[in-house]
Ligand binder design. Structure first.
Ligand SMILES: NC(=O)c1ccc[n+]([C@@H]2O[C@H](COP(=O)([O-])OP(=O)(O)OC[C@H]3O[C@@H](n4cnc5c(N)ncnc54)[C@H](OP(=O)(O)O)[C@@H]3O)[C@@H](O)[C@H]2O)c1
Length: 427
């Protein structure tokens, strides 16, 4: 049986996880799948660095040519991260007729068409299961197991760091800054948490996932994005009182040729399956016309879960032997002409404000909402016996633009001291 030689680009969290799995399970994979996989070379920045997973020094290199120009290597697996030089190295591997497996969501979200064209031209595969939700096999499920469906809605918790932070804020009533610091200490958040807490990481993943689910390009530039940095323990507490859990959701909906895609903090009812997803776990809730509602749940990051997705892609690549699958849509960087990308979608809203505690304020604010056609579903008004009081509204479905205009007008009311937060609600 031929040995399939794989070149690794990177040996950090994901690389060492994939290496461990391939090493420990080589015999088992061989017996089960009749594929003999060997890691032949590993590109790193520093070949002298101490590694947490032991590796023979002769396997390490800091010269990309040892992999992309090695005729024995037929599969290149990339987990370096970032756009450059990963893009250049992957293109070079594809041009040299090597199938590529990658965990790099930013690269796929931004340069997918270029990479896929190079793969097609050279008759090799491009796999990216690990780029969305780590160990959850969502790409394979959408591409291969749900082909019978028109998928019209995806709602996902696809960033573990923010879910960990929001869980702690909710369960322990603590502030964002405090929990973030703790998450950084425990290794759940990066020293620079921007990509996670501002929703950038989730936006890349949503771009990839929505594109394959809707068979239409959903470019990163068309995804509305809002992070969790302005969320307070009070927002979460009042949400709970109203029967909601707060999550950073990646949401995409398709109706005919109209697509909306957005990442933002979202209240969901406590009986929604996504509300039970705690700590750093991920889950993706999908609505298909044939399958109905379904949800996949699991580890969205980590060396072994992400390594699991990488190894699965490597095995699939070996099994497909030239019959590679490419995207089903016109995969270009620019938006598709036949798709209407919506920015004025409809949702319910939670609005928390601080007002002067005096008669008539509630009626005035209700009047402004009425002027913009926003109808109120419920109100919490609390007087603490002081001059000011919190006032919380939940609306019926309203358009984004109507809500923005209503909030601008409400801010001008002299008895409204602050609009503290506006958070969308989904069901
Ligand atoms: N971490 C996760 O749980 C997870 C989950 C899903 C997807 N991903 C994606 O997987 C990728 C890797 O993440 P990670 O957490 O494994 O990163 P990481 O721990 O920082 O590892 C990066 C590896 O790439 C090597 N590297 C970086 N730049 C290089 C360069 N210019 N030349 C040669 N080698 C270079 C580093 O070499 P040295 O070791 O010598 O520094 C290191 O071994 C990212 O795209 C990430 O978004 C990660």
């Amino acid at each position: 049986m031929n040995v399939v030689k794989v070149g690794f680009l990177g040996f950090g969290n994901v690389g060492s996880g994939a290496y461990k799995i391939l090493k420990e399970k080589r015999q088992e994979i061989f017996h089960r799948e009749k594929i003999n996989i060997e890691v032949a070379k590993i590109l790193v920045r520093d070949i002298h660095k101490k590694r947490s997973v032991p590796v023979q020094p002769y396997l390490l290199t800091d010269d990309i040519e040892d992999i992309v120009n090695n005729p024995d290597i037929s599969i290149v697996a990339e987990f370096m991260g970032g756009v450059e030089p990963a893009r250049k190295y992957i293109l070079s591997a594809l041009e040299n007729k090597k199938t590529v497996v990658t965990a790099n969501k930013e690269l796929i979200a931004k340069h997918w068409p270029e990479l896929e064209k190079a793969a097609q031209k050279n008759g090799v595969g491009l796999y990216y299961e690990a780029s969305v939700a780590g160990g959850i096999p969502i790409i394979k499920v959408v591409n291969e197991s749900l082909q019978a469906n028109d998928i019209h809605e995806i709602m996902g918790i696809i960033n573990g760091t923010t879910n960990y932070i929001l869980t702690k804020m909710s369960e322990e009533g603590r502030d964002y800054a405090q929990v973030l610091k703790e998450a950084q200490k425990l290794g759940y958040a990066e020293p620079d948490p921007t990509a996670d807490v501002e929703g950038i990481d989730a936006m890349y993943k949503l771009s990839i996932l929505a594109s394959i689910a809707f068979h239409a390009k959903v470019p990163v530039d068309f995804i509305y994005r809002e992070g969790i940095t302005s969320i307070t323990a009070e927002d979460i507490e009042y949400g709970k009182e109203l029967g909601y859990a707060l999550k950073l959701l990646a949401i995409a909906k398709r109706e005919g040729d109209a697509i909306q895609a957005r990442v933002h903090p979202t209240f969901i009812p406590l009986n929604h399956p996504l509300s039970a997803v705690r700590e750093s776990y991920n889950a993706i809730f999908i609505k298909g016309d044939a399958v109905g509602n379904m949800m996949l749940y699991g580890r969205g990051a980590g060396d072994m879960p992400t390594g699991s997705a990488i190894v699965s892609d490597i095995i699939t690549a070996c099994q497909q032997k030239g019959a590679y699958r490419y995207t089903t849509f016109y995969n270009e960087n620019h938006p598709s002409a036949y798709i209407c990308y919506l920015s004025n979608w409809t949702s319910e809203f939670f609005i928390r404000m601080t007002v002067r505690d005096k008669p008539g304020v509630l009626a005035k604010i209700a009047g402004v909402f009425g002027k913009y056609g926003v109808s109120i579903a419920s109100v919490i008004q609390k007087g603490y016996g002081g001059d000011t009081a919190p006032l919380i509204f939940v609306t019926h479905p309203a358009g984004e633009l109507s809500m923005k205009s209503a909030i601008e007008d409400i801010k001008k009311e002299e008895d409204v001291l602050r609009v503290e937060n506006v958070i969308r609600v989904e069901r």
